[in-house]
Design a protein around this ligand. Sequence first.
Ligand code: NAD
Length: 287
Amino acid sequence: MSVQILDAMARGGFEQVLALHDRESGLRGFIALHDTGCGPAFGGIRRWSYMDEQRALMDCLRLSRAMSHKCALVGLPAGGGKMVILDRDGLDLELAYRHVGRVVEQLGGSFYTGPDVGTGDRELAWVAAETKFVTSPGADGPGDLPQATCEGVFAGMAEGLRHLDGDLNWSDKTVVIQGLGGVGSRLARKLAEAGARVVGADVDPERAAAVKAAHQIEIVDPAREFEIPCDVFAPCAMGGILHDLTVKRLQARLVAGAANNILARSVHGDQLHQRGVLYIPDIALNS
Ligand code: NAD
């Protein structure tokens, strides 16, 4: 995989990409500012073990562009940005996040950051020690963001099912949730309380077991998650999970989830349509 950064930026209309390296903490990462035409770029910090830096860069670009679309959709005077940190052994987390905070401060308010996969309250507190351009992790902050996201996904999922069936009775619905983290575990609880049959999968077996015990849901091996016949497949893990192979394996009538950039490429939306699967874009559900 080889990416020409400037070509990729020109194709996607990106304003700025910063490559960060910090010798002291071992930090390696990227910040992408997609569009600040309407206001500051909003976007969280994702920390993930990427296979290589090209994939990290592409994830950063795609996530920041999706943030622009989300801001436009809800009419915020803001645009899209994102930071990704390449997680690896030896990374000093506190020093790394503090370094990120100083870089965000230097950007002077053109990038306003917050949580994402791998970045929770602990990490945000380190960032907040260095910059004011970050969501507060404490009581002054925006509250339980995964719960807010879960509510949006649940409401959108319900609308999707009503669109397909005319009415909605959760007790005869099966929902497969991919990823039982912050959003997925809350969604599992909400769906179970509504009476749906919930089947969950997580690559972290301890997490899967904990959610199973807490909310009495069924668990499947992540290798089988696409093959479970269900009404709704709810991706709540990473992006790009619907591609040439998985679209064919999917046994759902509706795809509705929180994960950003669920489709590997837009053509996979067309393939879902051809298979008669309704897809609700993630930016509409998780914004
Ligand atoms: P999280 O890190 O808390 O949870 C993600 C979970 O997915 C983890 O438990 C991980 O082990 C699991 N996972 C990873 N790959 C998997 C796979 N292939 N199969 C099954 N499980 C897998 O993240 P989160 O905060 O719950 O967010 C989930 C998704 O929703 C992310 O894509 C995030 O960008 C998006 N999102 C989250 C919010 C929010 O408020 N937290 C808002 C908007 C969008």
